[in-house]
Design a protein around this ligand. Structure first.
Ligand SMILES: Cc1ncc(C[n+]2csc(CCOP(=O)(O)OP(=O)(O)O)c2C)c(N)n1
Ligand code: SF4
Length: 287
């Protein structure tokens, strides 16, 4: 795969912005760097306007460091807090209308397959829980039913955070929020189970408190979508602003939820994906 597009054209070295020069020289493109190398390379998201301690920001950094093929990846986002960070992400990305992300990603993936039949082009949806499990659920499910070759990643902060803290389908039962002062009446949606039933070949639920596992799951999901079928990863990314906890408590809050069983790490891989991933992971071990 050519990395030429990330070289600076001869003669332009002096006038390119410093950030761009640094990305070309020290970015992760084509170097097979991952989460355990963070701190040694220029990351694909370094500055962003999200709140201090935002779980989404942490998850996004880790997802971007986990992409198997960042130079040939397109991320499709949706309206919500994460959309505020995408203008500062150094990977091709598209902002779609709230809830439309999986429809846009499906069309894009099909177009890329036609336009670049000999190249691997990964299309990865990254959107909030409102966009994925509520308003966009129809299009999310239809993309899974049709077996579109895309990965869907939900940044699950258990709220509509960007519009001031309404409950979402992913909010835990009983949770009190700015705009749900009496507490939520209904249980959290089991989207990993729905994803499996709807035809996803790979499904995982994880948090940024387990960065190495998150990396493995994101990579597996993207590799599965390339060759086997659609994949889904749900990442618990709490929101200190709407849930009113201190920014420095994000990771301890995640661990507490996991300990109490409110959020479980899960992985489901169908037989075809298991065989495919085993062949790749075995090959890597023998390198
Ligand atoms: C078509 C449309 N409907 C509603 C909105 C209003 N809106 C903007 S962000 C948002 C909430 C997003 O929630 P979620 O997907 O959970 O992401 P978060 O902000 O929590 O990260 C809503 C309802 C919109 N921008 N466009
Ligand atoms: S409101 Fe919550 S989810 Fe949105 S940027 Fe702030 S901390 Fe993150």
């Amino acid at each position: 795969m050519s990395k030429n597009i990330f070289r600076i054209s001869p003669g332009f070295e002096d006038i390119m912005p410093d950030e761009y020069k640094e990305l070309v020289e020290s970015g992760p493109y084509g170097k097979d760097l991952g989460v355990s190398d963070m701190g040694t390379f220029k990351e694909l998201l370094e500055e962003h306007p999200l709140c201090a301690g935002c779980g989404l920001a942490l998850s996004l950094r880790l997802i971007l460091a986990s992409l198997p093929n960042p130079e040939d990846t397109v991320i499709v986002g949706s309206t919500g807090c994460s959309a505020l960070a995408f203008p500062q992400v150094a990977v091709h990305n598209i902002h779609s209308l709230f809830g439309n992300q999986n429809a846009v990603a499906s069309g894009l993936k099909r177009a890329l397959k036609l336009r670049f039949p000999d190249k691997v082009k990964d299309v990865v949806v990254i959107a909030g829980d409102g966009a994925t499990a509520d308003i966009g659920l129809d299009m999310v499910m239809q993309s899974w039913f049709r077996s579109e070759s895309i990965t869907t990643i939900m940044l699950d902060n258990e709220a509509y955070a960007n519009t001031g803290g309404q409950e979402s389908g992913m909010t835990q039962q009983g949770a009190v929020m700015n705009m749900a002062p009496k507490g939520k009446n209904f249980p959290k949606i089991s989207l990993p189970e729905i994803a499996r039933e709807a035809g996803c070949s790979y499904v995982a639920s994880i948090s940024p408190a387990q960065p190495k596992r998150l990396e493995k799951m994101v990579r597996r999901a993207i590799l599965t979508a390339r060759e086997v079928g659609p994949s889904y990863v749900q990442i618990f990314s709490p929101c200190p602003t709407n849930y009113k906890f201190k920014p420095q408590e994000t990771v301890s809050r995640i661990k507490q939820h996991q300990k109490e069983g409110h959020y479980q790490t899960k992985e489901y891989i169908n037989t075809a994906a298991q065989e495919y991933l085993a062949s790749i992971e075995e090959g890597k071990k023998n390198e």
